[in-house]
Design a protein around this ligand. Sequence first.
Ligand SMILES: Nc1ncnc2c1ncn2[C@@H]1O[C@H](COP(=O)(O)OP(=O)(O)OP(=O)(O)O)[C@@H](O)[C@H]1O
Length: 355
Amino acid sequence: MDEDRIGSPALRLLGVTKRFGPNTVVDGVSLTLGDGEILSLVGASGCGKSTLLRLVAGLEEPTAGEIAIGGRVVAGPGIFVEPERRGVGFIFQDYALFPHLTVAQNVAYGLRGPRRAEAPGIVDEMLERVGLPGFGARRPHELSGGEQQRVALARALAPRPSLLLLDEPFSNLDRRLGDRVRARTLALLRELGAAAILVTHDPEEAMASGDRVALLRSGRLVQIGAAEDLYHRPVSREAADFFAAACALPGRRVKGAIETPLGRFPAPEGMREGEAASVYVRAGSVRLVPAGEGVAARLLNRSFLGHCYQLLLAVDGLDEPLRAHVGASEAMEAGPEVHISVNPAEALVFPAERP
Ligand SMILES: Nc1ncnc2c1ncn2[C@@H]1O[C@H](COP(=O)(O)OP(=O)(O)OP(=O)(O)O)[C@@H](O)[C@H]1O
């Protein structure tokens, strides 16, 4: 590594934009990834996550903006470094192993220069690290989905990339296997000190996996920060919609506070009197209170979620049932009519007409 690149961020994007014809798919994205940092990139289907990864990998060329990896500009005005010269590893959703090559040949595939000569030792080490020692002679079709994913990981990490890009790598595995393979993958990335971007459309996976989480919507970066920030302090209605897993109550500012079917909530600064609001209430913030307190609701359904019970409640003025997560004794005591309240400090309030 050049002297002047020591201490450079693993990745820096500056105003990166990608247009396909008239469609702007990635729109002025700027972010910096520290050495060894793992970033979850999350957003709804079609928001541009894969395109952003492909731009970093060099599989697409930006229409505008600049990309630097480890301090070296790899894409920008008049500059384009080919994918194989970027020192970036890539794992796709379908693993993309070469079916005609053995596991060992797959893992050795990306080794270049002096590391090529050491291939047998590196292959053994990588297969050991991903928990597949002795699998070198097998072919991809002789492996389970989880094993194929681990070979893809060994192949991507064998050349020791400073940056690894993972595009929904666990989504083809069932939930429990996916969780296990994800934990193993993250531990290995930490061990090797590789920075990584993990693309997912699942907010829980994003929050559980990344040092930071970046939320993309329509090609734009909506918010980037610690998982707790996105969950507790979403910057906008868009971010709350994605992360809060909450019911949105309609409201309106009346006499300085937001009036809703569940009572009054503090108005955010800058909201005008009479302006419409959306108040996000999480299931864990809804409490059952004695009759005569709070607001009356009708119990529509009770279900066991494992860590709690979920009550579905009909409340006058709400189009959709409200979800409440409560403990076993509360759930069992709840009759057809209940009374509920929400701590105003636990709700998220946004102007309804602005994004
Ligand atoms: N080569 C291309 N030519 C034209 N449009 C494209 C091309 N690649 C992607 N797009 C469009 O860009 C948008 C973003 O696609 P992208 O695959 O980046 O989204 P995504 O967030 O990864 O979605 P998903 O979660 O469904 O994989 C989509 O509308 C897609 O149709």
